[in-house]
Design a protein around this ligand. Structure first.
Ligand code: F6P
Length: 519
């Protein structure tokens, strides 16, 4: 057992992968990789959030794309590769459009995969989603000094719902071989349940949020069950190496297992789980096309109308987030306020346009944040606004994909100030959308994305003075420097697109299977 060394742990990056990194994997190449690896096995993807939600709006049924990184990243992959996606059917019209097995072909206008919806009762949703997932695991894994709350009742609901999804996976797999690709912290127990029933299925999981250090994680009363659950996976992915290291350390100190630092794998009951970093991304090429579409133009005009066009003569700072305390929205507004106080030349010359999607409002911490945000915006505007200038425009609504792209082009600067974030895909959407080669990214050093973009203006969101100074540096930055930085970020992202992410995961399934002698 060798000592852990990040250079050695990256040794699994083989030549083939380095070659691929020159151009970035294309959708057709990903399809090839997945077909080769799955060799006829079904692909079953599992997530809590569904890629398309059917909502009843008066007499109509509308299809809504949810806010959040997981769907943004995964949908283009499943669209390219096909298969079945199992998710919670939470929309008000979800039941009206599916077959008796809860299935529907999607996307609506050009079906490429099947969505199978799992129905949850209100009590199940409350315990598993609002409770265990978003009141316990979410704050536990994000180090933002928000205390997690643990409830035995929520834990019971979480187990029940993981079992329900396991039943759905087994039903979809039938007696055939399958590769099951599980998403996120809603399903820490699922891989173990699947493997107990069907040891022959290949099971992969990607954890879309950070994994904390062991000292932080150990307070959860069900540490052993959660870790044992995750070790049912054959391959477990995190965004960055640091989260993999934290996971190995947590397991090594918490439960009986053999941690192999040389190959970055863990044996539990003789079964190996390989642990790897896979930095998630977005569909760079598609965003570059979509940003020029009439849909985006429409949203842009709508914004300009709503903002009364008076933002146009100012440097526009944009934020686009779910309203979540991990995103550092309060801190961002405070730093913007500070910039206005510190640097008089910015007054009437800058605007902060914050797109804010209501999220998880059934959870108390999120409701409280909404109130705090209202106050913060009011106070900042109260301090600085003039007759013809409102410094902070807070647009609380669900903004669709095209609206986010429109905002990325409306803004001169994107503010990503997460206190802790697995990756942050808005940063990558912004870079992809800047086909004009301009734009500045202010990026929290506590996002996974900060590893890939040294050309962003990196900030510590807990340091308001530094953030205000970075915002001011963005205000002053000459065009030539902006363009140089953006060009380098775009080159990086072109290679590290979402198909590269998917390709790396499936190539690693192939590689680790052959190490284990599985054909
Ligand atoms: O990975 C973080 C995550 O929970 C994703 O699963 C999801 O896309 C996003 O945050 C939004 O959260 P929710 O599905 O709870 O609205």
């Amino acid at each position: 057992m060798g000592k852990y060394d990040p250079a050695v742990s990256n040794g699994w990056k083989d030549r083939e992968r380095d070659d691929q990194e020159e151009t970035g994997v294309k959708p057709s190449e990903l399809v090839e990789i997945v077909s080769r690896v799955s060799a006829g096995a079904k692909l079953i993807v599992v997530s809590n959030r569904e890629p398309y939600i059917h909502e009843r709006v008066e007499e109509e049924i509308r299809v809504v794309r949810p806010a959040g990184g997981m769907v943004t990243a995964l949908e283009p992959i499943v669209r390219a590769v096909g298969g079945t996606w199992i998710a919670y059917g939470g929309g008000s019209a979800d039941r009206l459009v599916v077959d008796p097995q809860g299935r529907i072909a999607l996307p609506p206008d050009d079906p490429k995969f099947t969505l199978k919806r799992v129905w949850l009762s209100r009590t199940e949703e409350k315990g598993y989603y609002q409770g265990m997932s978003n009141t316990a695991l979410w704050p536990l894994c994000h180090i933002v000094y928000r205390r997690p709350d643990f409830s035995r009742r929520d834990w019971e609901a979480y187990k029940t719902v993981n079992r329900r999804f396991c039943d759905a996976v087994l039903e979809e797999a039938g007696t055939d071989p399958a590769i099951v690709f599980i998403q996120d912290y809603h399903f820490a127990l699922l891989s173990r349940m699947i493997k107990d029933a069907r040891p022959d299925l290949r099971v992969i999981q990607f954890w879309h949020i950070p994994w904390p250090n062991r000292e932080a994680f150990r307070i959860i009363p069900w540490e052993e069950e959660l870790l044992d659950g995750l070790l049912g996976n054959d391959l477990l992915g995190f965004h960055i190496q640091n989260h993999c290291n934290n996971f190995l350390e947590t397991v090594g100190r918490a439960i009986e297992s053999l941690v192999d630092y040389e190959h970055f794998r863990i044996f539990r009951g003789g079964h190996p789980t390989y642990v790897r970093p896979f930095p998630i991304s977005v569909d760079y090429d598609q965003i570059g096309k979509d940003v020029e579409s009439p849909e985006v133009e429409k949203r842009r005009n709508r914004f300009l109308k709503e903002l009364e066009e008076d933002v146009q003569d100012t440097t526009v700072y944009v934020g686009a987030d779910r309203i979540d305390y991990t995103k550092g929205i309060l801190e961002r507004i405070r730093a913007f306020d500070l910039m206005l106080s510190k640097y008089a030349d910015t007054r009437k010359k800058v605007t902060l346009v914050q797109l804010a999607a209501p999220s998880r409002t059934a959870v108390a911490a999120y409701r409280q944040l909404n109130e705090e945000l209202n106050e913060e915006v009011e106070q900042t505007n109260g301090r600085h606004q003039t007759e013809d200038w409102v410094p902070v425009r807070f647009l609380r609504a669900h903004h669709d994909y095209y609206a986010v792209l429109a905002a990325c082009r409306l803004g001169h600067v994107l503010l990503v100030t997460s206190l802790h974030d697995g990756m942050n895909l808005v940063a990558k959407e912004f870079i992809s959308a800047r086909t004009d080669g301009d734009g500045i990214l202010v990026l929290s050093q506590y996002t996974g994305a900060s590893r890939e973009f040294p050309d962003a203006l990196q900030v510590n969101p807990f340091d308001l003075d530094q953030m205000a100074d970075a915002m001011y540096a963005a205000f002053l930055m000459p065009e030539e420097e902006r363009r140089q930085r953006m060009e380098r970020m775009r080159n990086t992202l072109e290679k590290n697109n979402v198909f590269q992410w998917g390709g790396n995961i499936f190539a690693e399934v192939e590689r680790t299977s052959s190490l284990e002698g599985i054909s």
